[in-house]
Design a protein around this ligand. Structure first.
Ligand code: HAM
Length: 406
């Protein structure tokens, strides 16, 4: 009898209809936030993942499907999407633009022990945004995630943490190592924790649960810049009603992460349906310019098990605006308007670096977006917004209501 390999499965009708609807809904939300689709090969050079994820990560150590090609190249079936997207970002010089937003949707491969929610071929929908250091992009990405789950009617609990940067994280890792060495007897596991002390937080060993809860917290080790980034993010997030659970034990499994990391759970499921975070030095590490990045990936198999019905969707926004502000104190007002527009099927792209209006308009020009909205203090006070046609330079103040209603 013929059969498929373990941990991989066929998807048949009517289940495939759910997949199609879900993928359309996901890509539509990404378009509303100004993400464009990228498709990378299923195969990459194996080293791309060893380097990016860390050769001590479980995925690189034991879960990659690798083979030697006829010309001796060592290739791997991609276990995740961030490394290939960063590779493409560098290879195609996409960094010529100050902000690049990409989404993807496709199969990934990890040779894990198959069990509920864990497959060897599974599917991820993910987004990656390059170029923005400001925490505004972290907030926007979390809003995007929240929108997906609220459209699906799926209650998501998002856990968040900061892993610090190359300056403050080593200090934390040293303190954690010393703490673990005092508390855990010498054995193989201690060895593993000494290599990467953050692994303590992934430990399923019940004897470690007290050690975990008493371990030093990263938040007390963050440098001033990382602290400010985290605090601004949390402040913005709470003003925008993003319900986040601060979780100092959240470590994520890959080496590329810096600062913000997050994971999401539906109901009381202990397997994360979504994982993501910042990787501010991955592009430089691969030999590109030092450009920050942030993104997430949702596991579609895991997501689908939490859903009964998936609403039907039209696949594209009716229109897309570039929304600029007269300064950083208008960002919150702009975020609120942007979310309202997106709820009305209108796409919005913002320059998440913010700064001067002229700089933002330059980006709109570069992205070839003709319709620009400007949010200033007067507009905010009067519930209006300035509409600017980038081609003609014509400007007009109109009620926000008029833009929302198309
Ligand atoms: P990850 O946490 O390894 O992150 O995977 C993201 C999601 O993929 C998980 O939350 C889970 O839903 C799903 N997933 C992972 N492994 C399996 C499996 N064996 N079977 C079924 N589903 C699975 C990443 O992959 C990062 N690249 C996410 C990211 C993007 N970080 C920044 N940008």
């Amino acid at each position: 009898m013929v059969r498929n390999p373990k941990g991989m499965r066929d998807i048949l009708p009517p289940e495939t209809l759910k997949w199609r609807r879900l993928e359309i809904l996901l890509s539509k939300v990404a378009l509303l936030y100004g993400y464009g689709e990228i498709r990378t090969p299923i195969l990459e050079f194996s080293d791309l993942f060893r380097k990016g994820l860390g050769d001590q990560s479980d995925v690189a150590l034991k879960e990659m499907y690798e083979f030697v090609d006829k010309n001796d190249d060592v290739l791997a079936l991609r276990p995740e999407g961030t490394a290939p997207v960063a590779r493409a970002f560098i290879q195609h010089h996409l960094y010529d633009s100050p902000m690049v937003k990409l989404f993807y949707d496709g199969p990934m491969f990890r040779r894990e022990r198959p069990q509920a929610g864990r497959y060897r071929q599974f599917h991820q929908f993910g987004v990656e945004c390059f170029g923005i250091e400001e925490p505004f992009v972290d907030v926007e990405i979390l809003l995007l995630v929240k929108r997906i789950f609220s459209l699906l009617g799926s209650p998501l609990t998002l856990h968040i943490n900061s892993l610090g940067c190359n300056e403050c994280r080593p200090r934390y890792m040293d303190a954690l190592r010393r703490f673990i060495a005092d508390r855990i007897p010498e054995d193989e596991e201690l060895d593993r924790f000494m290599k990467n002390p953050l692994k303590l937080f992934d430990s399923k060993n019940p004897e470690h649960s007290i050690v975990k809860s008493e371990a030093p917290k990263i938040t007390s080790f963050l440098c001033d810049d990382c602290k400010e980034h985290y605090e601004t993010l949390m402040d913005f997030a709470s003003k925008l009603n993003l319900d986040l659970v601060e979780d100092n034990e959240l470590a994520r499994g890959f080496d590329y992460y810096t600062r913000t990391v997050f994971e999401g759970y539906v109901g009381d499921d202990s397997l994360a349906v979504i994982g993501g975070g910042r990787y501010d030095h991955l592009v430089a590490y691969y030999g590109g310019p030092d450009i920050p990045g942030i993104g997430f990936a949702i596991g579609l198999e895991r997501l689908l098990t939490t859903l009964d019905e998936i609403p039907k969707v039209d696949s594209e926004p009716t229109k897309t605006y570039f929304l600029a502000t007269t300064g950083n104190d208008m960002v919150m007002a702009a975020f609120t308007l942007a979310e309202l527009l997106r709820s009305n099927n209108i796409g919005v792209i913002m320059d998440l670096r913010q700064g001067k209006l002229q700089k933002q308009l330059k980006l709109a020009d570069k992205m070839e977006i003709e319709n620009v909205l400007i949010m200033g203090e007067e507009e905010y006070k009067n519930n209006t917004v300035t509409v600017r046609n980038m081609k003609t330079g014509e400007q007009m103040v109109i009620p926000q209501e008029a833009v929302i209603n198309g």
